[in-house]
Ligand binder design. Sequence first.
Ligand SMILES: Cc1cc2nc3c(=O)[nH]c(=O)nc-3n(C[C@H](O)[C@H](O)[C@H](O)COP(=O)(O)OP(=O)(O)OC[C@H]3O[C@@H](n4cnc5c(N)ncnc54)[C@H](O)[C@@H]3O)c2cc1C
Length: 539
Amino acid sequence: MIGEASLQQEIPKNKDQQIIIVGGGPVGMGLAIELGQRGISSCIIERRIGTHRIPKGQNLMQRTLDHFYCWGIVDELRAARVMPVDYPIGGITTYGNLMSEYWYKPQQREAVKDYFFQANERLPQYCTEDVLRNKISTMVNIENYQGWRVTDVSQDKRQAQVFLINEEDGELRSLNAQYVVGCDGAHSVVRNSIGIQRSGSNFDQKMMLAVFRSKELHEGLKRFPEVSTYRAMFPESKGYWHFFGRIDVGEGWFFHAPVALDATTENYDFKALIQKAAGFEFKCEFDYVGFWDLQVAVAETYQSGRIFIAGDAAHSHPPYGGFGVNNGLEDARNLGWKLAAKLQGWGGEKLLASYSQERHPIFKETGEDFITARIEREGKFFEAYNPEKDLNAFLDAWEKKRVGTSKMATAYEPHYEGSSVIDGPPNGVNSAHGEHKLKARIGHHLAPLSLSSGRNVFEEIGNDFCLIALDGDDEIIKNMVEIADKMGIPFRVICDNQKDDREKFQARYILVRPDHYIVWKGKSSPKNIEGLFSKAIGK
Ligand SMILES: Cc1cc2nc3c(=O)[nH]c(=O)nc-3n(C[C@H](O)[C@H](O)[C@H](O)COP(=O)(O)OP(=O)(O)OC[C@H]3O[C@@H](n4cnc5c(N)ncnc54)[C@H](O)[C@@H]3O)c2cc1C
């Protein structure tokens, strides 16, 4: 790779870009759309020419659907669903194989549905990627380099540079941009080029992933209520899952489970493992079989000068809990408006620095508390409880475990109370742990309450800074609009009253930033409007 990049003197240069995005997976494409909608041109460099057919991140959380709404493609995403409309998204956990008499169906994302504008969704990641790709094909300010692999990145005070090679004919090129964002997945060349280290937990555990078709498996699971996923927990598996996920309803499945470190596609009996997890024999046809290593790895920072990383390049982990693609798209949403603000001249360097400051702790805690700790906790559970040894103790603990699983969905509430660009409480911290509330809270996501027009606040709020003024004073609103205008901040105001649904905000003025996190709220005018805005835009 270094050899390829060292030929840089001879490499033809293309026109300068505002942003280069390395990697055209879901996160790279989401970022390009976020930037493109804000009038920022970008270029996506993707080494693959065709599309992959592994369903991967299927569970899209409500917040992710809010992103798709803001990108104007939520209807397209829902139309791309493979399972029938309204087929439930929840999952079942069994003690041992799926024929076990001990199983539960915890409350999951439905527990937090009132706190987001859009309902959650489930579809194969390749379908989600198609929706993003189609949107990109309609946007004139996104250029695509498909079939080009990035080999190296560098930067100086004025710009960043990317070196790439055409995968087919070996042609070398270099591109310049104001900023580069590495959305190039877990083995990120961008992250490695700029020397960002990762930390986390390596479980030294190999996992297999299979995509297969079986009508008999579908028939055999009719004993359960309709769900999309099935998690068989074997006491000897140390908290690792044997996991079945529906791709469609009828025959499409994907499955992952722990295997021996020396397992290969040649020496391993995948069908036997899948049938053991299901607890019965069935016919199946494999479309794909592969392996991955179980590890949680989080980059120490998401920024080095003009170069950023996002998505799996910044945080990779097992698909336990559906945090992967959802967190990656949140990175894109967080970074996109900040880069646009800087390039348009109204955002400062501190705004760019706030990306890593806000997003890094969220995934660090997600990896440690919602993934690693869960594996360890479940491993200990199966060591401690066994229905054959002490049925009552087991049943009691099993019920507590069901309730605990439900609480995970409600306890996951990423917020930025400690951000330097949020007017948060003293000693506030940025954290993945929180409580969902309708009340407007500084540093937290805005709740989707109704306006007196009957429309939802999310239908009116737009993608810029927004002041929600409920029975607001005209003079205060006018001052804030004038100062935002003077500072070049794209700004809009929603005026309404404090009655009905709006009462639940428990606030008169709410300042919301472009990714719909609350920067400030108050009963009267901010003491120093310009100071507040300067903080919010990192100046
Ligand atoms: C087998 C598997 C199963 C998964 N299951 C789940 C799940 O059930 N739930 C869940 O939430 N998440 C799951 N994930 C994780 C989820 O798919 C990822 O979090 C998501 O794909 C991250 O998106 P991304 O755009 O950051 O990275 P990726 O999807 O990895 O995309 C990176 C892109 O960059 C391109 N690229 C890489 N290097 C270069 C280079 N040098 N030059 C140019 N292009 C480059 C790649 O070709 C790729 O298209 C799974 C992942 C895998 C691998």
